[in-house]
Write a protein that binds this ligand. Structure first.
Ligand SMILES: C[S@@+](CC[C@H](N)C(=O)[O-])C[C@H]1O[C@@H](n2cnc3c(N)ncnc32)[C@H](O)[C@@H]1O
Length: 343
């Protein structure tokens, strides 16, 4: 597994709640385990950190616009075991989508289908927006959005307390009202009660003696299991409609030989998150996943002003050619070109 630094996520996500909002009431919150509590935080709820129970992601099968906003805000605070945050937001890539149009026009085979992979998409809202944009502008699409994390598990014990785990059973959070504590990433140093609850909950989890395969069941002796979707309701709706859009579990490092015409990786392959070597490996995996002449869109959103800095590269022969840049381009553009040359 890569280091936590490698998966550091976005700047906003990496900050503790009280750093983002000095003196805010969240410092004193033991846990946010109901939707009512979450809503009462107002605009600050997006920065409530791991005090917010991840099971609030469950907004039901027919979410209202308010529910959808709540889902987006809970996603914003979700931190996975590899250190990655799920930071993403509506209209994040409007300029990127527009800038790509002219390059994608050139790729379109007369009667063919444009094969796109949008990797590390978090809950998939930005992928959905891009697919809708492309649909409005014409091409027939085979659009695969992907991320490592598409769902979490909620394990409820006989006493009503809950653990939120990843699908490999790594426990992330313990919910025992009024407490909601992290059991994977360290609790805030000065929050002694939360640290004690967290240490106790970690020990308890280790000694639960759950049967092998519990994660694939819905209940067992003294526990029930519920799957929590981390897929944005609008992405889920688009998938239900079919029409060439799907959201699947895939690693950024996967190689799908020549399987697509376009790969996009936004806000994940950043120098501050990955070692040079890992970035080189990922770049070459993208190269090998593209058909000859295919396009790689890579970049990052700056937290200070939400501006996007993107490089658009084309696979040509055995290397990359830089087609275009938005802002100052990707911070790993040179590295990606060099990694290909030396491979
Ligand atoms: C900061 S979000 C970026 C979301 C979206 N691309 C955007 O820019 O709005 C980073 C995402 O990368 C995913 N991720 C982390 N490591 C990954 C890996 N090795 N393979 C695929 N996805 C990964 C995380 O689950 C998280 O959803």
């Amino acid at each position: 597994m890569l280091s936590a630094r490698a998966f550091g996520g976005d700047f906003l996500g990496a900050l503790q709640p009280e750093t983002r909002f000095p003196g805010c009431k969240l410092m004193f919150t033991l846990g946010i385990h109901t939707r009512r509590q979450f809503d009462s935080l107002g605009p600050e709820r997006r920065f409530s950190g791991f005090r917010t129970a991840y099971n609030l992601l469950d907004v039901g099968p027919n979410p209202s616009p308010d529910d959808i906003r709540a889902f987006e805000d809970v996603s914003f605070v979700l931190r996975t075991s590899n250190g990655t945050y799920r930071t993403s937001f509506r209209n994040r890539f409007t300029d990127v989508n527009l800038a790509l149009d002219k390059w994608l026009q050139q790729l379109r085979p007369a009667a063919g289908v444009l094969r796109i992979q949008d990797r590390a998409v978090s809950h998939g809202l930005t992928a959905t927006e891009w697919a809708l944009h492309l649909r409005n502008t014409g091409p027939s699409l085979d659009f695969e959005a992907s991320d490592l994390l598409l769902e979490l598990l909620e394990l409820t014990l006989a006493d009503g307390t809950r653990y939120i785990t990843e699908i490999d059973c790594t426990a992330l959070q313990y919910i025992s009202p009024p407490f909601v504590v992290s059991v994977f990433h360290p609790e805030i140093r000065r929050d002694i009660p939360q640290r004690l609850v967290s240490a106790w909950a970690r020990r308890r989890f280790r000694h639960l003696n759950l049967p092998k395969g519990w994660a694939d069941t819905s209940s067992g002796p003294g526990y029930t299991v519920r799957r929590l979707s981390c897929i944005h309701p609008e992405a889920a709706a688009m998938m239900r409609k079919g029409a060439g859009f799907r959201l699947v579990r895939r690693s950024l490092f996967d190689i799908t030989p020549g399987a697509c015409d376009v790969v996009r990786t936004m806000n994940i392959l950043n120098r501050s998150y990955f070692s040079e070597e890992q970035l080189g490996v990922a770049s070459n995996a993208i190269f090998d996943s593209l058909a000859p002449g295919g396009i790689w869109v890579l970049g990052r959103t700056l937290e200070e002003d939400f501006s996007n800095h993107v490089s658009i590269l084309r696979r040509e022969g055995s290397g990359w050619v830089v087609l275009d840049r938005l802002g100052s381009g990707s911070e790993i553009e040179d590295l990606a070109v060099a990694a290909r040359r030396s491979s």
